[in-house]
Design a protein around this ligand. Structure first.
Ligand code: EPZ
Length: 417
């Protein structure tokens, strides 16, 4: 079994280049199968989620040619076979193949999606959207079978501004007959990335990035191109690291507008930032004002940065508070930080933190992707050795994490035990 071993306490300095966004590319790859021609996607990150999505596309008969981080994908001759559970259970985002296969073939057979254990994570809003477009959804054991004679555009109101449901309905609607409106759509930047890719293939999409998206169905999609946007969650994670233990860390290849809810909180707590057009320089916070945060849909504070931020708050003076409003089970990481010396009190979705508390290295577990990243940051600031197991969670979403952190002076390695 592999573990990440960190010798903590060392100040870090240097530059980290941010990779393409996991939460964009896990939607862009399935979107490629909607095209009856070849498409190109640049800036694909090296993460295990991409490996599994590649396997699914190959299973369907798609051909992927890779040139470094650029994928040329040819899905002209794919067959609509049932996607094997081996791959679809590896990541939640496999569910984007539902919208894409339904859109292109009007038929889907797929196992329930996998993913982190941060909550129930139902897909009712996705399935209701497909039904509104004219599809029939049948649960067959642990499989979904979705069929549609025709897909006809309509008005779809989302009870919650779900990222996944917004994208999945978009994928199913671009080849539907007539006009679809998605009301209360999610506004995350990843949705704009997917919409611009589909538009490059000839789709007619208006308002992506706002809470009301209009899609005018077309009969066919041709070849297209897009570049995966920088990963705002990876960037935010490393910004917090810099604020915790960076002498001077430059986070390169970011879109600062995607991070404003985080950078404003770092500034409010006293962290010094220099924000440029496509990079942010961060210095260790010597002021440490306590703060309060509530996670919200974009452009509010992102739930995916809530866990690293919880660690950051343990190093601020006095009482800080965090409230999670998106998922029901995202606080498991706190027990490991408390084991290391933090003072975090969980009350349902609310977290109260007293700081600053020095942390000591310990044996901890990555309970999910972002909790795992939080354990890495905790190990970097803790005194002594930290060992993290279940690191497969971390490698799903942080491309080249060992190399990136070693390059700024961290004492970090993957060990076999
Ligand atoms: C995406 O998940 C991201 N994952 C998540 O990132 C991110 O936390 C989330 O959006 C919110 O920003 C990917 O893009 C692969 P949602 P998604 O649909 O689409 C409930 C990470 O760490 N809901 O906006 O699943 C759901 O249970 C991951 O990178 C329903 O009830 O998020 C959750 O409580 C974690 N019914 C909330 O909405 C539905 O049909 C947010 O879900 C769909 C969602």
């Amino acid at each position: 079994m592999q573990q990440i071993h960190i010798k903590g306490g060392k100040e870090l300095e240097g530059t980290i280049n941010i990779s393409g966004a996991k939460n964009s590319c896990v939607a862009l790859l399935p979107a490629a199968i909607l095209s009856s021609d070849k498409v190109t996607i640049d800036n694909i990150p090296e993460i295990s989620d991409v490996y599994y999505l590649e396997k699914i596309i190959n299973e369907l008969g798609g051909v992927i040619t890779k040139e470094e981080d650029s994928f040329k994908i040819d899905c002209q001759n794919i067959e609509n076979v049932a996607i094997s559970e081996e791959y679809s259970s590896k990541l939640r985002a496999s569910y984007y193949f539902m919208g894409a296969l339904l859109g292109r073939f009007h038929h889907v057979e797929m196992y329930f999606p996998g993913g982190c254990n941060i909550g129930l994570r139902p897909i009712n809003l996705h399935l209701e959207g497909f039904k509104k477009l004219g599809a029939k959804v049948i649960n067959k054991g642990n499989k979904y079978v979705i069929d549609a004679e025709r897909l006809v555009g309509t008005f779809i109101n989302l009870d919650f501004a779900s990222v996944g449901a917004t994208i999945n309905i978009l994928l199913a609607a671009v080849l539907a007959e007539g006009e679809t409106i998605i009301n209360n759509a999610a506004c995350e930047p990843e949705i704009v990335n997917v919409a611009s890719f589909l538009t490059s293939m000839g789709a007619k999409i208006y308002g992506a990035g706002t809470s009301r998206i209009k899609i005018k169905g077309v009969t066919k999609l041709h070849g297209g191109f897009t570049e995966v946007i920088p990963d705002r969650i990876e960037a935010g994670t490393y910004l917090i690291m810099g604020a915790l233990i960076g002498k001077k860390i430059t986070i390169n290849n970011v879109i600062p507008e995607h991070l404003e809810s985080l950078t404003s909180k770092l500034l409010e707590s006293g962290t010094k930032l220099e924000i440029y057009e496509d990079k942010i320089v961060v210095y260790k916070n010597e002021v440490k004002n306590p703060i309060s945060i509530r996670s919200q849909v974009f452009p509010g504070f992102p739930t995916d940065i809530g866990q690293p931020m919880g660690l950051y708050m343990t190093q601020l003076n006095g009482f800080s508070n965090y409230e999670e409003t998106i998922y029901e089970n995202r606080m498991q990481y706190t027990k490991y930080l408390n084991l290391m010396g933090a003072k975090m009190m969980v009350n349902g979705q609310k977290l109260s933190i007293i700081g600053p508390t020095p942390l000591k290295g310990a044996y901890v577990t990555a309970t999910d992707l972002r909790a795992g990243a939080t354990m890495v940051l905790a190990g970097l600031i803790a005194d002594g050795d930290t060992y993290i197991d279940e690191i497969n969670h971390i490698l799903r979403g942080y491309s080249g994490i060992i190399e990136k952190l070693s390059n700024v002076g961290a004492n970090i390695e993957i060990v076999e035990i």
